[in-house]
Design a protein around this ligand. Structure first.
Ligand SMILES: [Zn+2]
Length: 123
């Protein structure tokens, strides 16, 4: 499935979630519908704590509409850590990192190997 972009409302929701969890991280699975990332799923067993959100791969939904993931970096650094890269390659193809101050420019998308990806925002 080719992903064309992310729905604007979902991006707004992710930014709001980052803000509400700050200074902890959150982690969500992104789901696509007809090529647009338009929904998220919070994973049972997600542990949200300072500087590291994590969950067991066994808790991941078995769902073909999984597009990737989104998580926050409360320190505002919009680049994946080495742990992030290991996680990215385990699920989906597109991965958003949301950072403080959680405004419309406080996010970046990466492909599973950590390459920046210009994800389009679809209103
Ligand atoms: Zn991270």
């Amino acid at each position: 499935m080719q992903i064309r972009g992310i729905r604007e409302e979902l991006l707004e929701m992710l930014l709001a979630m980052g803000k509400s969890q700050h200074p902890c991280e959150f982690l969500a699975i992104l789901k696509e519908e007809e090529g647009v990332v338009s929904d998220l799923e919070l994973v049972p067993g997600t542990i949200s704590r300072l500087e590291s959100a994590s969950f067991s791969p066994f808790m991941l939904p078995l769902d073909t509409h999984v597009a990737g993931s989104a998580h926050s970096h409360p320190n505002g650094v919009l680049s994946p850590s080495s742990a992030d890269l290991r996680f990215f390659s385990s699920i989906g193809r597109y991965h958003l990192i949301i950072g403080s101050p959680y405004d419309r420019r406080s996010w970046k998308c990466f492909t599973a190997d950590g390459t920046p990806w210009a994800m389009e925002v679809i209103a």
